[in-house]
Design a protein around this ligand. Sequence first.
Ligand code: SDX
Length: 426
Amino acid sequence: MADTNAKLTVNGEEYELPIIEGTLGRPVIDVAALQESGFWSYDPGFKVTAPVESKITYIDGGKGELLHRGYPIDELANHAEYLEVAYALLNGELPNAEQKADFFEKIREHTAVHDQLRKFFEGFRRDAHPMAIMVGVVGALSAFYHDNLDLSNEEHREITAIRLIAKMPTLAAMSYKYSQGEPFMYPRNDFSYAENFLYMMFATPADVDYEPNDVVTRAMDKIFTLHADHEQNASTSTVRLAGSTGANPYACIAAGIAALWGPSHGGANEAVLEMLDEIGTVENVPAFMEKVKSREVKLMGFGHRVYKNFDPRAKVMKETCDEVLEALGVNDPKLELAMALEKIALEDPFFIERNLYPNVDFYSGIILKAIGIPTSMFTVIFALARTSGWISHLLEMHSAPYKIGRPRQLYTGETRRDFVKVEDRK
Ligand code: SDX
């Protein structure tokens, strides 16, 4: 019979710490009683800390399993559209035919952005990184959409989710067009979500009849699904922490975009392509691996805090990569280089001992490059797709009582000392 309580004995006192079981995965030990103990729990990087309860996504890092509302990621990526997955993340179930039609229509109705936003873009230099633009523009959305900001109101929660999911592709494409010095393309509501994004990215006023390739469109939609949500990762935790202060939803999503940008997180897809460029050819792989083992560099696109097995998303991404390159007749030497890197790493004790496998970012960049998307846009696409996950977690938090997130610390600074006048300081 499993214990229902953990016991902590410290300084002659015994504390009963309740054990709480979930539906899947590790149970948790409620450490609230530490408040009376005179101690804090200490867990840099939150390696063993579960700050929330959630029903949205489950990851089994040992098995390499990822479920969204119980549905396996490979089945969702191969059989559902991204917007169906977004609906499930938000509502708990995949939509039936009527719910799907209604949700898709609502998204189509909100793909346009306030026309004044076009001037907002003009404040950036043309060579601004698109992620810098996205952090700024999404953070400013509450200045354009003053209504429906009260997430304690269910109707406000619903329209905010629709607006953000609908407008991210438009803003992402605008950040690309701005960097290219090309005019913005308005959304086309006769296109699907992924088609519309590719249209706004690659159509021009001189080529308004542009229609994206079906294989590329399906691949883009799959890439959105593979990046939609991933439990309490750094950017989602950032969104929840910002949301716990009652900050408006656009500011919370902008905080998530900022956190995602880091090369250890969503910025890794861009870093993978830069790494492959640096390595150049398969002949240079052994020397590069020595730099990795000496900890001079990391093998970008490898390793994961949770997965100590293959990232199930990487498997689908690799299959999609093969499909797109074949459909486009692209023979990218970077794919061969990536495959050589993966093979060597998976057979090397340094990686095996550390359970380092390809993650979602290892192959995504090769597909995006084949589609004609510049590396500077890779993390923007990750942010676009993750918006449905971020907003789902934000709304999950706001749909029940919550407390402001306020971690404590282990203080190792100076003890109390008297003020010293500047003339008396050494
Ligand atoms: C994403 O959290 C999520 O779910 C994120 C994400 C999502 O969907 O939201 O899945 C998306 O961010 C995927 C990860 C993308 N990042 C990268 O590909 C960057 C390269 N990966 C590493 O930076 C690293 O693997 C992390 C940051 C992803 C995870 O780091 P951890 O869990 O803190 O692991 P660690 O740093 O403690 O590493 C353990 C050991 C160390 O070796 P030792 O010092 O113990 O000898 O493994 C080594 C690390 O040096 N190591 C690597 C490595 N990753 C870890 N060595 C070489 N190359 C790597 N990539």
